[in-house]
Design a protein around this ligand. Structure first.
Ligand code: ADP
Ligand code: MN
Ligand code: MN
Ligand code: MN
Length: 256
């Protein structure tokens, strides 16, 4: 019997059922660096930095905090054989993202969990804490998600846009079930993040669109133009279990 928190077992079973479709995933893992007092790393101790705007993909000591940690993590992941493929500074200062993928099937969860462990371990050497909370700072600060990019083999081939649209229809019908699977508290954590503000959709309603950052599911602009590719599920929380997220997506779009 697997333990209660072991979501890998059922994920693997579902991935094996769907293996002829060759499901690929790429997760954009957002996170926040905190000082040991719980305040975001690099922020003024008795207050807040200037409003969001200049920080996303920024450069300069007044724009980004903790790049040495990010770079060390990236190199450690490459050394460990993790399929990490990018990183960027996020909208809120001290918030970052790295991307893992494309990974097929069970590999997505395996690689992302190891990348998270290595991040905690590397940050420890710098005396800094990693938070995967989806909304570490309430108010006018962006939250942290784990956008899950997904494709099946037929989505990646000519005519794939139609397959993507069919999958989105299925996702729309199962919105609540997906929200329940997209954070460890069945939607309670993500509720603080999916407000409809700060480049998120509302937690209560499913929406989709080409190049729409305010939708639950986005079809990237390039995919719309090419007529094939993948979709981006923007709902998963930064603290989601990737085994649960990828299992639910495959169940809804390929099995049920
Ligand atoms: P965004 O524009 O949303 O910030 P990113 O560039 O951060 O997107 O991340 C894109 C993600 O999509 C990467 O993790 C990448 O591996 C993944 N990806 C690219 N192509 C595919 C595909 N065909 N199927 C699944 N995932 C894909
Ligand atoms: Mn991204
Ligand atoms: Mn991002
Ligand atoms: Mn994204």
């Amino acid at each position: 019997m697997p333990t209660d928190t072991n979501n890998r077992k059922s994920c693997k079973e579902v991935m094996e059922l769907a293996n002829s479709h060759h499901p690929w995933f790429g997760i954009e893992q957002e996170y926040t660096l905190l000082d040991r007092d719980g305040h975001p790393f690099g922020w003024p101790k008795n207050g807040y930095p200037g409003p969001q705007g200049p920080y996303y993909c920024g450069v300069g000591a007044d724009k980004v905090y903790g790049r040495d940690i990010v770079e060390a993590h990236y190199r450690a992941c490459l050394y460990a054989g993790i399929k990490i493929a990018g990183t960027n500074a996020e909208v809120m200062p001290a918030q970052w993202e790295f991307q893992v993928g494309p990974c097929e099937g069970i590999d997505m969860g395996d690689h992302l969990w190891m990348a998270r462990f290595i991040l905690h371990r590397v940050a420890e050497d710098f005396g800094v804490i990693v938070s995967f909370d989806p909304k570490p700072m309430p108010g006018d600060w962006n939250g942290a998600g784990a956008h899950c990019n997904y494709s099946s083999e037929s989505m990646r081939q000519p005519g794939g846009l139609k397959v993507i649209e069919d999958a989105i229809e299925k996702l729309a019908k199962n919105h609540k079930k997906h929200i329940m699977a997209y954070d460890p508290k069945n939607g309670e954590d993500n509720m603080r993040r999916l407000t409809g503000l700060h480049e998120t959709s509302s937690i209560d309603e499913f929406s989709a669109g080409v190049a729409n950052r305010g939708a639950s599911v986005r079809i990237p602009r390039q995919v719309g133009e090419d007529g094939m590719g993948y979709l981006e599920d923007r709902r998963p929380s930064s603290n989601c279990d990737p085994y649960k997220v990828t299992e639910m997506i495959v169940k809804t779009t390929l099995i049920e």
